[in-house]
Every structure is written in C-alpha cells, then in structure tokens.
Design a protein around this ligand. Structure first.
Ligand SMILES: N[C@@H](CCC(=O)N[C@@H](CS)C(=O)NCC(=O)O)C(=O)O
Length: 166
C-alpha cells in the first residue's frame, strides 16, 4: 500500500504536505476527508476531525503538515532535503514556516472566501467532493453536483501527477 494523504484539494495545509510528497517522489494517494474510513477510523484515532492526516503503509498516522514533513526529514533519505543544514538557517526556516502557515492564514482565507464571483463554483465543488461521506465507493446524494469520480476515487488527476513525477 502507498501512503494515503487525507485532506482536500483546496486545503492549504493539505497542499503543503502534498507538495512535499510530490517533490520527494513519495508514493501516495490523495484521499478525501469525507471518506468512511477517515470519518470512522482515522479521525477518531487522531482525536478529532482535522486535515491533513498521512497514513503510512504500516498504518501509522501523522497529523499536521509540519509533522508530516518532519517525519520524512528525520529519515534522512529524502530526495531534496527541505531543512537547511546550519542551526541558524534552520531557525530562520522555522520562522518562515510559522509565518507562512499561521501568519498568512487570514489573507489566505480572505482570498478564498471574499471573492464569491470567482471562487464560489470552485469552493462548492471542492468542498462537496471532499467532505461528502463516501460509503463503499458510492457517492452520496448530497454530492450529486460534484464530479462522480472525485467522490468515488478522489482526485485522479492529482494522484496521477504525483505518480508521474516519481
Ligand atoms: N497546523 C495544522 C493545521 C491544520 C488545519 O488547521 N486544518 C484545517 C483544514 S485546512 C482543519 O482541519 N480545520 C478543522 C479544525 O481545526 O477543527 C497543519 O499544518 O496541519
């Protein structure tokens, strides 16, 4: 089994982890946070509904984009190490990560939520496809406006992107 990244296409925190996995050539599948397995097994194991969560082939779960990256960096076998080598650069890198992930959250949400004319169709499609509960591969009625493929097998385009870059 490949790694499984539970999240949403439009989730910025999921995107951070996804970008890292793609860049490093880690074999993984994008999985929707509305899937039955996520709702019934992964979220309870993590303690609450939150994304992203990475499920390792051995079943280990990592929640938090920074923790996902840290877990691979700690192994030391990554293709392109993301952490700088000197302690000073590392601290500066962590400040940038904190600023990007937390400090820029308000502007990020502003640009997502305050431009309905351009963003509404994308948001509706993205959230419906990723959050609608999926049981035994059948898209629920509430996801009728979402692409069927996105409910049954989330994000085939992204999944193939990650594979192609390996
Ligand atoms: N620091 C966390 C933040 C994760 C986060 O805030 N995820 C959002 C969606 S993008 C979420 O799941 N929010 C639901 C909640 O916090 O209850 C990370 O980097 O993974």
């Amino acid at each position: 089994m490949d790694y499984r990244l539970y999240g949403m296409p439009g989730s910025l925190y999921t995107a951070k982890a996804r970008s890292y996995l793609i860049k490093q050539g880690v074999p993984f599948e994008n999985r929707a946070a509305g899937e039955a397995r996520f709702m019934e097994t992964i979220a309870p194991a993590v303690g609450r509904w939150i994304i992203p969560v990475l499920e390792a082939p051995d079943g280990a779960l990592i929640q938090d984009g920074a923790e996902i990256i840290a877990a691979f960096e700690a192994r030391g076998d990554q293709r392109w190490p993301a952490y700088p080598t000197t302690p000073r650069h590392r601290v500066i890198g962590q400040v940038f990560e904190l600023f990007g992930g937390e400090g820029l959250l308000r502007p990020a949400m502003h640009y997502r939520w305050n431009f309905d004319e351009t963003n509404q169709p994308f948001i509706a499609r993205d959230f419906a496809a990723a959050l609608a509960r999926v049981r035994r591969g059948r898209p629920p009625a509430s996801a009728s406006r979402a692409p069927r493929a996105a409910c049954a097998r989330p994000w085939p385009a992204l999944a193939s992107t990650s594979r192609a870059s390996r």
